[in-house]
Design a protein around this ligand. Structure first.
Ligand code: FES
Length: 164
C-alpha cells in the first residue's frame, strides 16, 4: 500500500511520459520510495511493479543494476568507493581497504553505530581523479589518499558528535 501523497508523486512522474510508456517512470518511482523508506524493499518493488503494470522481475532488475538504490537499510553516510579497473590501477582498492580497517567493517557492511555503510562501486566517471568515492550518492570525493580518507571520516564523526 502507498499513501495518497506517494501516489500523487508517482502520478506526477508518470505524467512526464506518453500514456503507453508509463514504465519509463520506474526509476523515479523507486527513488521516491527510497527517499521515503531509506531503501527499496521487495515490497516497494512490488508496489512499483503493480502501479506501472510491469513484471516484478523487471523492476528488480532496475534496482539491482544501479547501486544508488539501496536494497537494504544503510548507514547515515553511504560511502561508495570505485574499484573498477582504472581506479584499481591507481589505489582504488587500497582506499577501500583503508576504510575497512578504519571503520572496522568489511565492504558491504554498516558500522555498529549506524553511521557508515561501505560499498564498492563501478566507474564513477572520474577515473583520472582516483581514488574516488561518492558519499550518499551525491558528493563526489577525488584523489582520496589515506590522509584525506581519515580527514573525511573524522570530520563526519565530529559533525555527528556536535548534533544535539
Ligand atoms: S574506474 Fe573509477 S572512476 Fe572510472
Amino acid at each position: 500500500m502507498i499513501s495518497e501523497q506517494t501516489r500523487a508523486r508517482f502520478d506526477r512522474e508518470v505524467a512526464k511520459y506518453p500514456a503507453d510508456q508509463k514504465q519509463s517512470a520506474v526509476m523515479a518511482c523507486l527513488t521516491i520510495l527510497q527517499e521515503e523508506h531509506g531503501y527499496v524493499s521487495a515490497e516497494s518493488e512490488k508496489v512499483v511493479a503493480e502501479y506501472l503494470g510491469m513484471p516484478p522481475i523487471a523492476v528488480h532488475e532496475v534496482t539491482t543494476f544501479y547501486n544508488m538504490y539501496n536494497q537494504r537499510p544503510v548507514g547515515k553516510y553511504k560511502l561508495n568507493v570505485c574499484t573498477n579497473l582504472p581506479c584499481q590501477l591507481r589505489d582504488g582498492a587500497k582506499a577501500l581497504k583503508h576504510l575497512e580497517h578504519k571503520l572496522g567493517i568489511a565492504m558491504g557492511e554498516t558500522s555498529a553505530d549506524g553511521l557508515f555503510t561501505l560499498q564498492q562501486s563501478e566507474c564513477l566517471g572520474a577515473c583520472a581523479d582516483s581514488p574516488v568515492m561518492l558519499v550518499n550518492d551525491l558528493t563526489m570525493c577525488s584523489f582520496m589518499s589515506n590522509e584525506k580518507l581519515d580527514q573525511l571520516i573524522e570530520g563526519l564523526k565530529s559533525a555527528e558528535a556536535k548534533q544535539p
